[in-house]
Write a protein that binds this ligand. Structure first.
Ligand code: NIG
Ligand code: FE
Length: 396
């Protein structure tokens, strides 16, 4: 096979390089002052002191002029295949209505009625937004089709552009199955799973009030695992429930939301390899209490941050926004939040090639128009992303 080569890139004169590689400074963030990064063929070839990079042929040199450079954000939780929006539902919530899983049904109707082309253009629009705010990896779930045809279609379209795809046929029970939920679960673990598994790496279930109970969640995750999908779960978002314990029991890569948890849940997560993925956009946009990130971190749980982009509970693709909220309202430090949005997301997707910058990792980098990563939270709402590279190719 012909080897495709890409131009080499040297980013020099970096004021603060975040590597998430503890070998540099003994901290998980691996900060290097006055640094440079050399990228060859889309991967990190060298990391070191500014002005000291080894020679490389045909290199494009970029002067960071003292700015911070960090790994691109890894957004490990998104629902990008949908049509329509729910702006009026959001406005009603801000006027006092509660959020319920019931709103999902309106997006299901709009999504089923949309053409493939409309759905693909929406995915591209959202991934474009993500890239513009520094994200270089996105996970994308199905879950607004809820029929064999529409779930498979969602995953096929997601797979064209997202880095990771997740089968979420078990988002809610669709209206046509309201009176016979057991039949829907049978479909999710039967014909729908068979149609969707070739297009997905992961299986997910929304285990919560108004969605699926613990027994259903277990059955669905186990069925996916039996055909080679890896488990992750929407757990404990709207109320306390069995989701987090099920995540640990099945060895899920991640339990997502983790808003309503008790000491047993936290101890189980801390003793497991399951990452707690916190989604502050959802609490922000549903005016719900935030998850207690501090309690999770202090107990030794690995925490990821993700945007949870979806038209109902969190219509944002912006990871710097999530970081700012996590720092301000979830008691994370700026460095912890940055780590959770990069290396944490990679851990939640069980990926070692992204989320950190070391020799051999993919050259997914974000340059900030700021001297340190702390500015991500310190300057909330300011578009600080000044450069984004994915596999060494400059996206902006
Ligand atoms: O992750 N929690 C379940 N699913 C989405 C919300 C979906 C919707 O409201 O459309 C979430 O927040
Ligand atoms: Fe979600």
């Amino acid at each position: 096979m012909e080897r495709v080569t890409q131009p080499s890139v040297l980013i020099d004169n970096i004021g603060e390089l975040v590597t998430n590689d503890a070998s540099h400074d003994g901290s998980p963030y691996g900060l290097v002052a006055n640094a440079a990064v050399l990228v060859i063929d889309g991967v990190v070839a060298w990391v070191g002191a500014s002005g000291k990079a080894p020679h490389a042929d045909d290199v494009t040199r970029i002067d960071a002029d003292g700015r911070a450079v960090m790994p691109g954000f890894v957004d490990s939780h998104g629902h990008l295949v949908f049509a329509g929006d729910r702006a009026h539902e959001f406005a009603a919530r801000m006027a006092g209505q509660p959020y319920t899983a019931g709103g999902i049904a309106s997006t299901v109707s709009a999504t089923r009625a949309a053409t493939d082309d409309e759905l693909e253009r929406n995915v591209l629009r959202l991934i474009g937004e993500s890239n513009a705010s520094g994200t270089t990896t996105v996970e994308c779930k199905s879950g607004y089709g809820l029929s064999v045809h529409d779930e498979q279609r969602a995953l096929r379209i997601a797979g064209l552009h997202a880095d990771e795809t997740t089968y979420l046929g078990a988002h809610v029970i669709p209206v046509e199955f309201k009176e016979r939920p057991d039949d829907y679960v049978a479909l999710v673990v039967g014909e729908m799973l068979e149609a969707c598994a070739p297009y997905a790496t992961w299986i997910d279930v929304f285990c919560d009030r108004g969605a699926f109970d613990g027994d259903q969640a277990r059955e669905i995750l186990r069925a996916g695992m039996a055909v080679g999908l890896k488990p992750r779960i929407h757990a404990n978002q709207l109320q306390h429930g069995p989701g987090v314990q099920i995540a640990v029991e099945v060895g899920a890569a991640s339990a997502d939301h983790v808003t309503h948890v008790n000491e047993d849940d936290i101890a189980a997560l801390a003793a497991s390899t399951t990452v707690a993925t916190l989604l502050p956009g959802a609490e922000f946009s549903t005016r719900a209490p935030y998850p207690d990130a501090r309690r999770l971190l202090d107990a030794g749980v690995t925490v990821a941050l993700a945007a949870d982009c979806n038209p109902g509970s969190s219509y944002t693709t912006n990871m710097p926004f999530c970081i700012a909220v996590a720092v301000r309202d979830m008691k994370m430090t700026p460095s912890e939040a940055m780590w959770s949005a990069t290396a944490g997301g990679a851990a939640a997707l069980q990926r070692t090639d992204i989320g950190s910058l070391r020799v051999g990792t993919r050259a997914n980098l974000t340059m900030l128009n700021a001297p340190t990563h702390i500015h991500l939270a310190y300057r909330p709402g300011v578009p600080l992303v000044g450069g984004v590279w994915r596999d060494g190719v400059r996206l902006r």
